[in-house]
Structure formats: C-alpha cells, structure tokens
Design a protein around this ligand. Sequence first.
Ligand code: NAD
Ligand code: UDP
Ligand code: UDP
Length: 320
Amino acid sequence: MTTTYDSRKRILVTGGAGFLGSHLCDRLLEQGHEVLCLDNLFTGSKRNIEHLLGNTRFEFLRHDVTFPLYVEVDEIYNLACPASPVHYQHDPIQTTKTSVHGAINMLGLAKRLKCKILQASTSEVYGDPAIHPQREEYWGNVNPIGIRSCYDEGKRCAETLFFDYHRQIGLQIKVARIFNTYGPRMHPSDGRVVSNFVTQALTGGPITIFGDGTQTRSFCYVDDLIDGIIKLMNSEDDVTGPVNLGNPVEFSMNELANTVLRLTGVETSIDYKPLPDDDPKQRRPDITLAKNVLGWNPQIQLEEGLHSTVCYFQELLRTG
Ligand code: NAD
Ligand code: UDP
Ligand code: UDP
C-alpha cells in the first residue's frame, strides 16, 4: 500500500531506534508516511536508523517518554521500553517508569490530539501461564514482586491505562500483545535467546541453555510482526484488542539450539546454566482473534527467519 498526499500521515513511533521500532519506521516510510522517531537510545541505536537519516519524511528526536512531549502527529505507536530481561532488569525502577509514566504521557498526548494510539504490550502479561496456549481472555499468572515484575506489571498497568482512557474519554486505542519476536537489528548483547544462540554459535560458542532446555517459546519473525501491528493500527474502530501477535509454532530451547547449530554449520558445546527466577516454562499464542479480526497469520518459518538473522549477525561481527 502506498499513500497519496491526502492519505499521508505524520506518525510518532516511540522506541523507534530499537529492534522492532526501526523496522516499523522502515515500513511506514515505505508506505509514504512521515515518521517522527522518538528514542532515548537506552537500548536502541542510531545505527538502526542510520539508513533513514537522509529521508526528508523521517525525523529523529532524542527524548525520554517519562517526560511530557508536545508534538503534532496523526497517530502514535508506543514501543518505548527495554524488552530483554537483561536490559529491563538493569534499572528496574526506570523500566516501570518507562511503561507507566511513558503510557500516561503518550495517552495524554493522544488525548490532546484526539488521535489513535497503539501500545506494544507483551505476552509477559500472562506471566508463567497456567493456561496453554494463551488466549486474550486469560488474566495471567504474574509474580508482582519478582525480578521480572518491573516489566510484566509495568506493561499490565499500561494496558489498564489504555483501557481507562478508552472507557473514560473515548480515546481510540489498539493494544498488541507481542510474543517473542526475532530478526536483524536485535541488540547483539541483549541476552535474548535468539541473539545469544546465534552470536555464540558464530563466535565459537559455547551455547548457553538456561535450565534443562525443555522450556518452550514461539518465535515470530520481525517482518510478520510488523505486518500485524500495522494491520491492528488500521483495523476497524471497534477493534481495541488486546490482540495476541506471535507465531504459534512452539519450540523448546534445546530444539532452538540444535537448529541454530545446524544452520550455522558450527559444532560447539552446550553449557547448561541455572534457570533464572520466574522464567516461564511454556509460551504459545492462540492467534484466532488476530486471524479473524485482522486477517493476519505469520508466513515466515523459523529456519527462513533464522537464516536472515544469522546473515545479519555475521555481517555485524565482521564490521564491528
Ligand atoms: P528494544 O529494546 O530494541 O527497543 C526499545 C526501544 O525503546 C529502544 O530503542 C530504547 O532505547 C527505547 N527506550 C527505552 N526506554 C525509553 C524511554 N524511557 N524513552 C524513550 N525511549 C526509550 O526492544 P524491542 O524488541 O524493539 O521492543 C519494542 C517494544 O515491543 C517494547 O515495548 C517491548 O516491550 C515490546 N515487545 C517486544 C517483544 C520482542 O520479542 N521483541 C515481545 C513483546 C513485546
Ligand atoms: N501530556 C503530554 N503531551 C500532551 C498532553 C499531555 O506529554 O500533549 C502529558 C502530561 O504530562 C500529562 C499526561 O500527559 O501529565 C496526562 O495527560 P492528561 O491530559 O490525561 O492528564 P492531566 O494533564 O490532567 O494530568
Ligand atoms: N535462554 C537460554 N539461554 C540464553 C538466553 C535465554 O536458554 O542464553 C532461555 C530463557 O531462560 C528463556 C528463553 O530462553 O527460557 C527465552 O528467553 P528470552 O530472554 O529470549 O525471552 P523471554 O524469557 O522473555 O521469553
């Protein structure tokens, strides 16, 4: 889809220099929109948006969402928040502030502008789920005082704020519950499992598996995920979500490690390490709602997506 001058929007992407945010900026620019990319560069980097800096429809603003923001835009995607356990546990108080104060400020901005706002929520709102696979109706099983709580509870409170702004003042909201997503531009040292396994394999290992490796996750390739969140933003007005977005094919960490080793052609040892506290044992989205309401279904299989990711990290390790 491309835009005409009349249908062109000015779109704010918070967290726009991060992994998902930078791919979203790419896609919105490809569609002909203007993009205001806001980021405090905590986990994101200018490298992720370097290729966009010459585009006259792209603007970068260094700003922290925990502070008020006065700009004029037509739509807001709120992605600002560190997403990997290593990064969000680095300064947990700031993580909660980013989710909660950040949501309040971006909702206040949307309220003043009377514009649509999408929240990048997470499968972590389900915690260590007692229901499998997870449907949107499930309220979750979250520890409120553990080491993951700054992220999980921050994101849950942000969802609460989104729904209260919707009910109380009629703000148009869209809430995406994003499941594990991977691909090029993941931070090489953010500690997430795909970036860890791939960089470990490419640098001679060992591969670190936490626990016995039987815990499961479902991995969505970034291009599929970006399709999903743009479809959600452009969905009918009565679609608020929350909508699960993720790939429903589930793998154990042992299976993932073996696939990465096979694709990279590397033979290295596996180092089993203790399982971190509150690490969910299983996770898989039920995406019936996204299929029915958005017509969205991820297309890219794990091996295909991992191949692009391996190529990206090979190049990154080569050029430094
Ligand atoms: P990321 O860490 O690469 O991106 C987050 C971006 O937000 C970074 O560029 C960071 O610098 C910026 N940021 C952090 N705190 C900020 C603040 N206070 N003010 C302004 N900018 C700030 O992570 P990602 O994987 O791209 O995740 C993007 C969003 O999607 C996050 O909200 C995350 O919770 C959500 N999400 C991601 C996944 C996933 O698997 N990638 C899964 C579920 C949810
Ligand atoms: N806000 C902002 N930009 C705006 C409007 C509001 O950053 O254009 C912030 C402001 O800091 C405010 C928050 O959003 O505290 C919530 O705004 P809202 O109007 O909901 O609440 P109030 O201003 O009454 O506290
Ligand atoms: N994990 C692992 N080795 C690593 C990094 C992570 O075995 O080097 C495990 C982690 O314990 C979890 C799964 O992989 O069970 C996914 O971890 P990630 O941090 O990517 O995401 P999340 O736990 O938030 O789903």
